[in-house]
Design a protein around this ligand. Structure first.
Ligand code: X2X
Length: 343
């Protein structure tokens, strides 16, 4: 501990001198280990990305910053919607978090959950890599966190144990598990479903016992969580929303690091995020549908909607889009629509 502090101090001094800054007044207090929160573990692109970030940081800071990944949002007893608050409070040092799980605290993050806003991966990139993404990082930076990179959970496809979903009519009365944002309740209510909010930890037993009929999650999650083993035999590719991930550090933790170490953590986040996005998108496109094939081989009936069929879902949820666009901020939504149109 003493030795590590001393090493950190020396590293800090070198970094400051190299950059021409004056010496820090006090020694930087590095923790022995930093706690990084995620929902999903290493078997999923999300958890893999977090571990990759941790490993790259250890490498680039020569062990000065050691990170332990806590999947299952275990630092907040599995309650995903409390992750952002815990991060602000310093109960969590770092996170790779979904925009959905932080949207109860940061209303602008609901943008990505507006039904049928983003038609494809290019549209996600147009937002996260453009002025909209920058605006969101500015908003987050005012809330005690330092956002470093965008990752991806992915397009959320709907599955259920009852029957193939092809029309909004098919969803009527279905008991659907949804994530902890009111916008998801609104969307499924508009479709006439019977949605219930619950954490991911509670979702899997609820599917196994039949307490819920269905859920929505990206294909990479569906497959790695083996949702076909908990009755999810029908899967509809409707791509109605996608949730990006955000790599962040608590601001006081960030401020405790030397310039050189901050740079290393930031570069590590960008690299891990890029590699994580590639994994999140693997096997689900027309050019490479290996993951989809695997899902079908597990006995899941996959419904691919025509444009007209997809449009029926868009129309059924148009009122929710309109109402929530106001809540999120009409200007931000307009910018997003423009940037998607120009992609
Ligand atoms: O709970 C979910 O559905 C998950 C794992 O996708 C999120 O954390 C948003």
């Amino acid at each position: 501990m003493q030795k590590r502090r001393f090493t950190a101090l020396i590293a800090g001094l070198f970094a400051s001198t190299a950059l021409g800054f004056s010496m820090p007044a006090t020694a930087q207090q590095y923790k022995d280990e930093y706690k990084l929160s995620t929902v999903l573990g290493e078997a999923f692109p999300w958890g893999w990305g977090a571990k990759r970030w941790a490993d790259l940081v250890a490498e680039k800071t020569e062990g000065r910053i050691k990170i332990k990944v806590y999947p299952g949002t275990s630092l907040v007893s599995g309650d995903q919607t409390k992750e952002f608050t815990a991060l602000r409070q310093g109960i969590i040092d770092m996170a790779v978090g979904s925009t959905i799980n932080w949207s109860p605290q940061v209303k602008e993050l609901n943008l990505f959950a507006l039904p049928f806003l983003m038609p494809d991966h290019k549209a996600i990139d147009a937002l996260t890599q453009g002025r909209v993404g920058k605006k969101m990082f500015d908003i987050l930076a005012e809330r005690d966190v330092v956002p470093l990179a965008w990752g991806e959970n992915g397009f959320r496809e709907v599955s259920n144990s009852k029957k193939p979903i092809r029309t909004p009519e098919d969803v009527k009365g279905m008991k659907m598990r949804v994530v902890g944002s009111p916008l998801f309740l609104a969307t499924f209510n508009a479709l006439g479903a019977n949605p219930t909010q619950m954490s991911w930890a509670d979702a899997q037993p609820a599917m196994a016992t039949g307490a819920v009929d269905g859920q929505e999650n990206p294909l990479a999650v569906f497959n790695a969580a083996k949702l076909h083993t908990v009755g999810q035999k029908n899967l509809t590719l409707w791509g109605y929303v996608a949730d990006p991930l955000i790599f962040v550090v608590n601001k006081s933790v960030w401020n405790s690091w030397s310039e050189a170490d901050r740079k290393a953590v930031s570069e590590a986040a960008q690299q891990a995020a890029k590699e994580e996005i590639a994994r999140a998108r693997a096997g689900i496109s027309a050019a490479d549908d290996a993951l989809l094939k695997e899902i079908e081989a597990n006995g899941v009936a996959v419904v691919r909607l025509t444009d007209a069929e997809r449009d029926a879902f868009r129309q059924a949820t148009a009122g929710v889009y309109k109402e929530w666009a106001e809540k999120i901020g009409a200007d931000l939504v307009k910018q997003a629509e423009e940037d998607i149109a120009k992609r």
